[in-house]
Design a protein around this ligand. Structure first.
Ligand SMILES: Cc1ncc(COP(=O)(O)O)c(C=O)c1O
Length: 411
């Protein structure tokens, strides 16, 4: 047996107790169950042992595999989903697809780093209400919020629910997807998240469907956009661009190793992240099915609690990525005691992401941002919405515990 196989056996023994595939509901419902095991740790360790730890062939292989899985041609991996959003928006400006000062519609219910990169790239965010059945941008509210400078929409697929990208495109908007919580979300006839709009971002943070610890990726069919993201991701240099030979020929007097062609940051992932991602991607499809099964089952179990509590069943023609399980309490029922009672039973809860971002103190610090119209659904989410975790390692037992606890709390 070679030494790496021996090390792998030790890692397997060390990690044997982790509930990677099946979690015991008597432990409650955590927000996430650890999703990596000996394969991922060995793959990451192998990178360290070979000493190729900075972005290299594993990241490139993962980028190609992830883009293919989404139905897109190019993938640019970065160190987080937030970075993937930043690269996507910055590249839209860098390539002239959007102009500084253009307005970008952003759903009022989203994550903070769905919103901030819009302004950070010189664009103007306009907050739009979400649809009461999806908690994603409402196309009717989007239409009402549009002005002469509105050019694009950032479709945030909230907690795995796909946004109606088709309806936003019909408004003449360039659609970008924040699919950080929604790998495998799909709209019939349009394709998978990430390939429905001009570009789409994903997060591989520890608590997501699959993880590279920290990590993200942006996918697109636009080769020029992908090249711009490759420079923006790494110092503005030419190295990872597919058109680098064109630039090098144009500037023969500059050493191509230090040829800088755009503005940039350092948002690169490590090679360990690429190696983990390759293994995790192989697990994703069956894990998504289990998450969806939980989502379907929990909606059925909780249906009798309406109208005190409503959940968000999957809709025909749409495939949910079942990231976390959102619920909304009836007006008049206070959210804090319900969440506290769940927490005291070992059921972890959170507000629905940033809830109404217009009500977050940070919103006042986003220069130029405006609210595009009334936000009644975002307000309801802000006051009465919450979610609990879902996981491929959860099963019917978790649904039973959640339902019986909610029944007790709300009766
Ligand atoms: C919609 C959305 N966008 C962006 C992010 C940020 O991803 P990351 O934590 O990898 O930066 C998240 C994180 O969950 C998210 O839900």
């Amino acid at each position: 047996m070679d030494r790496l196989s021996q090390i792998r056996l030790l890692i397997e023994a060390e990690m044997a107790g982790l509930p990677t595939e099946r979690h015991d509901p008597s432990q409650g419902l955590p927000l996430q169950v650890v999703s990596f095991g000996a394969d991922e740790v060995t793959a990451a360790l192998e990178c360290m042992l070979t000493t190729w730890v900075t972005m290299g062939p594993k990241v490139r292989e993962f980028e190609a595999a992830w883009a293919k899985w989404c139905g897109a041609s190019h993938g640019v991996m970065s160190n987080s989903g937030s970075s993937a959003n930043l690269l996507m928006l910055a590249a839209m400006v860098e390539t002239g697809r959007l102009q500084r000062g253009d307005e970008v519609l952003v759903p009022a219910v989203a994550w903070s780093t769905s919103l901030f990169p819009v302004q950070q790239c010189g664009l103007v965010p306009v907050l739009v209400d979400v649809h009461p059945d999806t908690l994603c941008m409402d196309p009717a509210a989007a239409k009402a919020a549009m002005g002469p400078r509105t050019k694009a929409a950032l479709a945030v697929h909230m907690l795995g629910q796909p946004t109606r990208v088709d309806a936003l495109k019909e408004l003449g908007l360039v659609v970008l997807e924040d699919a950080c919580p929604a790998p495998g979300a799909e709209i019939a006839g349009l394709g998978r998240a990430g390939s429905m709009g001009h570009a789409g971002s994903f997060s591989f943070f520890f608590s997501h469907h699959i993880t590279t610890v920290e990590g993200g990726i942006t996918v697109t069919n636009d080769a020029e956009l992908a090249n711009a993201m490759r420079s923006l991701r790494a110092h503005g240099w030419v190295r990872e661009r597919e058109d680098k030979s064109v630039w090098e020929k144009k500037h023969p007097e500059i050493d191509p190793r230090f040829l800088f062609v755009s503005s940039g940051w350092n948002l690169r992932p490590t090679e360990m992240a690429g190696a983990m991602g390759l293994i995790q991607l192989g697990r994703l499809s069956p894990w998504l099915e289990r998450r969806r099964e939980n989502h379907r089952h929990w909606c059925e179990l909780l249906a009798p609690l309406a109208p005190k509590l409503r959940c968000f069943p999957m809709r025909p023609g749409e495939t949910h990525a079942a990231f976390s399980f959102a619920m909304l309490l009836q007006k008049g029922i206070e959210r804090a005691p319900v969440m506290a009672a769940l927490e005291s039973s070992g059921i972890a809860t959170r507000p629905i992401s940033g809830s109404n971002l217009a009500r977050q103190p940070a919103f006042e610090r986003v220069p130029g941002a405006r609210v595009g119209g009334p936000l009644p659904v975002a307000d309801a989410v802000h006051e009465r919405g919450f979610f609990v975790g879902n996981s491929h390692a959860f099963h019917a037992g978790h649904g039973a515990i959640l339902a019986s606890r909610l029944q007790e709390i709300l009766s």
